[in-house]
Design a protein around this ligand. Structure first.
Ligand SMILES: Cc1cc2nc3c(=O)[nH]c(=O)nc-3n(C[C@H](O)[C@H](O)[C@H](O)COP(=O)(O)O)c2cc1C
Length: 184
């Protein structure tokens, strides 16, 4: 069974992280980390509490507790997605701060040359945001903006969320049937 980490931070768009969790929890071991501000947005945007993230193969971590298994490079993690990724978290990872569990696991993913998917949701982007995102890209992360295509025709909010989540799952190397490959 593959092992994935989903981090939800304090950018708008926590629906992307929730949908990713819903898709991965039945097919993989999932570790969820939610920042303090991410938890506030879960409540504001979706009316959910962190306790939503449970399941047979699910572990919910406190973002403030760094001393946990996945903080060590010796523990295999097949991929981490930060969804949504706040510009605050992006900046701290780019600076190598590692002050909470999200930043530490991201740091481990980069140093171990493992898959790190960063899904920013901010507009417009400042020069500082862009430089930080470039730093992460140069360090091996994939920047996958929460930016759906509209060419599928069915543009409900749910289908637009699924468009982005399907791309994240494809990049993580897990299974998804949210969006078939494009056919002209
Ligand atoms: C009303 C409001 C909306 C925000 N929306 C975003 C956003 O969409 N994207 C973003 O990157 N940051 C956004 N922020 C800023 C982050 O929430 C802030 O940087 C926070 O410290 C991030 O903490 P975290 O990275 O630990 O989750 C918003 C803040 C507020 C108060």
């Amino acid at each position: 069974m593959k092992r994935f980490v989903i981090a939800i931070t304090g950018a708008s768009g926590v629906c992307f992280g929730k949908r990713l969790f819903d898709c991965l929890k039945s097919q993989s071991e999932v570790h969820v980390i939610i920042s303090e501000r991410g938890a506030e947005l879960l409540n504001i945007e979706l009316g959910l509490q962190p306790s939503y993230f449970k399941g047979e193969h699910v572990t919910l971590h406190k973002s403030t507790k760094i001393n946990t298994s996945i903080a060590s490079g010796s523990v295999r993690v097949d991929g981490m997605a930060i969804v949504p990724a706040s510009m605050g978290t992006v900046g701290r990872i780019a600076a190598g701060v590692s002050a909470n569990l999200i930043e530490r696991v991201a740091d481990v993913m980069l140093k171990e040359k493992r898959k790190l998917i960063v899904v920013p949701r901010e507009a417009p982007l400042s020069t500082i945001h862009l430089k930080n995102l470039l730093s992460l890209d140069e360090a091996g992360a994939m920047i996958l903006p929460a930016s759906p295509g509209f060419y599928q025709g069915q543009n409900s909010v749910e289908s637009l969320v699924d468009f982005v989540v399907a791309r994240i799952i494809d990049q993580l190397g897990a299974e998804q049937d949210l969006m078939p490959p494009y056919e002209a």
